[in-house]
Write a protein that binds this ligand. Structure first.
Ligand code: NDP
Length: 314
């Protein structure tokens, strides 16, 4: 059976940064990319908030660069899926593509999270052409324009408030007659003159043409009334789902499925398993914070292995 010192699952900024650090520490990590090589950033156009790129950088290009940087120091990148794990004993075991089992002395979990979408075909049609699940990433492109935000939690409240400073008007689409967001964030929304809340409203369709999104068709679920609003941007803020299905029953998670780590570290409840990036972060969810925690994960793994080396002869 293959045995690895550091096995990284996931290929977003967290996974690749962990790989860069682990590789430079001489640990020759192996990284399994998962089904969406490059992670969520590959669904973004320009990334303008990652320090060090004064002109911004195209999201997919940034991920290619991170991969190259990780490979330059000896990371082996495999385009394959981790389909099961067995963390019940050490060395840890990871099944790849439902067929091969690899032993690992340490595992860095960097599987990220996926934004939830409504599931409308028109959302897919206009993905990257006006439909976005990240206001902080993409809001800037809608300066001086009208946009819609779907959701009623803290994310929707925060993203609408954020967008209201850039856009002429924000339409907040709420499916019930109340919001789930904390009172203070709701107040902020209701007190912002250029945010209009559409209560009891569901998105029936995202409208658009060759130029991208041009509007949204709303259905009032109380009255049955339909109306079209004119917007150029359509933002989803209906929550994220951490990609943790394969770790259920093995890693401690919170009620939403985010991996729990010991605060101030990337250590999980299993010795030798570290969680980095969005899979363990329901609050910040930025490329730069993911990269930072990837670095922490590699340093934690390195320290763990050094301590283990002292105890286990190889
Ligand atoms: P939440 O799960 O809290 O809220 C999701 C919202 O989306 C709900 O209001 C829900 O509506 C709505 N929704 C879900 N599915 C649909 C759908 N199909 N159509 C329309 N609306 C839908 O997710 P958030 O991302 O807002 O927050 C996640 C966590 O992160 C929370 O714990 C939150 O407090 C925290 N957070 C904190 C922040 C802060 O403190 N600064 C900022 C952002 C998030 P309904 O209410 O009807 O179920």
């Amino acid at each position: 059976m293959e045995r690895e010192k550091v096995l990284i699952i996931g290929s977003g900024p967290a996974g690749y940064t962990a790989a860069i650090y682990a590789a430079r520490a001489g640990l020759t990590p192996v990284l399994y990319t998962g089904g969406q090589p490059g992670g969520q950033l590959t669904t973004t156009n320009d990334v303008e908030n990652f320090p060090g790129y004064p002109e911004g950088i195209n999201g997919p290009q940034m991920m290619i660069d991170l991969q190259k940087q990780a490979e330059r120091f000896g990371t082996r990148v495999h385009f394959a899926l981790a389909t099961a794990v067995d963390f019940s004993a050490w060395p840890l075991k990871v099944t790849i593509d439902e067929s091969k089992v690899v032993e690992a002395e340490s595992v860095i979990v960097a599987t990220g999270a996926s934004a939830k979408y409504l599931g409308l075909p028109s959302e897919e049609t206009f993905a990257n052409k006006g439909v976005s699940a990240c206001a902080v990433c993409d809001g800037f492109f809608y300066r001086g324009k009208e946009v819609a935000v779907v959701g009623a939690g803290d994310s929707a409240a925060e993203e609408s408030t954020y967008l209201s400073k850039l856009c002429t008007k924000v339409h907040l689409i709420v499916r019930r007659d109340e919001m789930r967001a904390s009172k203070i964030m709701q107040q902020r929304v209701l007190n912002t003159p250029n945010i209009e809340v559409h209560w009891n409203s569901e998105t029936e369709e995202v409208l658009g043409d060759d130029s991208g999104v041009t509007g949204v068709r709303l259905l009032n679920n109380k009255t049955g009334e339909k109306k079209d609003i004119s917007v150029q941007g359509f933002f989803l803020a209906i929550g994220h789902k951490p990609n943790t299905d394969i770790f259920k029953g093995q890693l401690d998670m919170d009620e939403s499925g985010y991996v729990k780590v010991i605060p101030g570290s990337t250590k999980t409840n299993v010795e030798g398993v570290f969680a980095v990036g969005d899979v363990a972060d329901r609050v910040y969810r930025q490329a730069i914070t993911a990269a930072g925690s990837g670095c922490m994960g590699a340093l934690d793994a390195e320290k763990f292995l050094a301590a283990k080396e002292g105890l286990v002869a190889h």
